[in-house]
Design a protein around this ligand. Structure first.
Ligand SMILES: [Zn+2]
Length: 275
C-alpha cells in the first residue's frame, strides 16, 4: 500500500501560525491527493473546533482545482478532529467555563477528546486543579464513548492513576510519549496506546527508543505533534505533518519493520480506535 503517512496528532492551526497558510495548504493538498493516510487534528483550547475546521476549509478555497471530488469541505478530507482542554493557566483559572465550551465542541461532532492531561513541568494552576480538569474530561470521554488523547509531562504516576480505570473502556492514547521503558510497560499493561513523535530521532532519546521496543504493533501510533518535535535533522524548526516520514523511517529501522507495513499498521490502529 502506498499513500501519505498517517499523523496521529497534529495542530494544524499552529502549523499555519508558524509556517504560514500556504504551508498548511500544501499539507492539506498532499493528504487529499493520496489514497491512504490521515491526520488527527488535535485541539488545546475549548471552543476552538469551528475555527480550526474553517481554517482548513479556507485552504481548499484558496486552491480548489488541486482537490478532487468530495474534498470541497473539511468533511471530505482525510482529517479527523479532536477537541480538548490543555492544562494551562487560562483553562485552570476558569474550569467551568472551559468545560462548557468543550461540551459545545463535542456536540458539534468530533472523533476524540483531547488533548488533555497533566503537565507538572509547566505547572499552570497546581496539581489538584490539573487533576480535577483532567478527571472531568475523562468523565466526559467515558460518557460519550470517545477516545481520550493524553498529554503527560513529568506526571507519570498521577497520569497512570487516572487513566488506568478507563483505558479498557475507551481507547486511551499517551501522546508524544516522553518517558522510558518502565513507564511504557505500565501504560501498556493498563491498556493504553503509545504515540511516538519526532523526538525519538534525537540523540539523547534512548529511553524513548527502549520504550518503543516494548510496544506491540496493535498499540503503536506515530505523530508529529506539529508544529513541535521536528524529527532530525530539522530539530528546532517548526514541523508539519509532511515531516513525519522521517519518524516512520527511524521507527521502521528500530523495530525492523518494512516501512509500508508500518504505515499500514499505524493507519489501521488510528482508524480502529477512532471508529
Ligand atoms: Zn499536542
Amino acid at each position: 500500500m502506498s499513500g501519505a503517512f498517517t499523523d496521529s496528532h497534529a495542530h494544524l492551526e499552529m502549523v499555519a501560525q508558524r509556517l504560514g497558510s500556504l504551508a498548511l495548504g500544501e499539507v492539506v493538498t498532499a493528504y487529499a491527493a493520496q489514497p491512504a493516510g490521515l491526520i488527527l487534528d488535535v485541539g488545546v483550547d475549548p471552543g476552538d473546533l469551528a475555527r480550526r475546521r474553517a481554517l482548513v476549509e479556507n485552504c481548499l478555497a484558496m486552491d480548489p482545482e488541486k482537490h478532487g471530488p468530495g474534498t470541497k469541505s473539511a468533511a471530505g478530507l482525510p482529517i479527523r478532529w479532536a477537541a480538548g482542554i490543555w492544562p494551562g493557566r487560562g483553562a485552570l483559572g476558569n474550569p467551568q467555563a472551559s468545560l462548557e465550551a468543550l461540551e459545545r465542541d463535542l456536540a458539534s461532532g468530533i472523533d476524540a477528546l483531547g488533548e488533555c492531561g497533566l503537565d507538572y513541568y509547566h505547572m499552570g494552576g497546581g496539581v489538584e486543579a490539573q487533576k480535577a480538569l483532567f478527571g472531568a474530561q475523562i468523565e466526559l470521554a467515558l460518557s460519550k464513548g470517545l477516545p481520550l488523547l493524553v498529554h503527560s509531562r513529568e506526571a507519570f504516576r498521577d497520569t497512570l492513576e487516572l487513566v488506568k480505570h478507563c483505558a479498557r473502556r475507551i481507547p486511551v492514547v499517551i501522546h508524544c510519549f516522553g518517558y522510558g521503558p518502565e513507564e511504557a510497560g505500565a501504560f501498556l499493561q493498563a491498556g493504553c496506546y503509545l504515540s511516538f513523535a519526532g523526538n525519538i530521532t534525537y540523540k539523547k532519546s534512548q529511553p524513548l527508543r527502549d520504550a518503543l521496543a516494548l510496544v506491540p504493533e496493535e498499540r503503536l501510533l506515530l505523530e508529529t505533534d506539529a508544529p513541535y518535535m521536528n524529527p532530525m535533522p530539522n530539530r528546532g524548526r517548526p514541523s508539519s505533518p509532511l515531516d513525519i516520514e522521517r519518524t516512520y523511517r527511524a521507527v521502521s529501522a528500530l523495530k525492523a519493520i518494512d516501512i509500508d507495513a508500518l504505515r499500514a499498521n499505524v493507519e489501521s490502529n488510528l482508524r480502529r480506535l477512532l471508529s
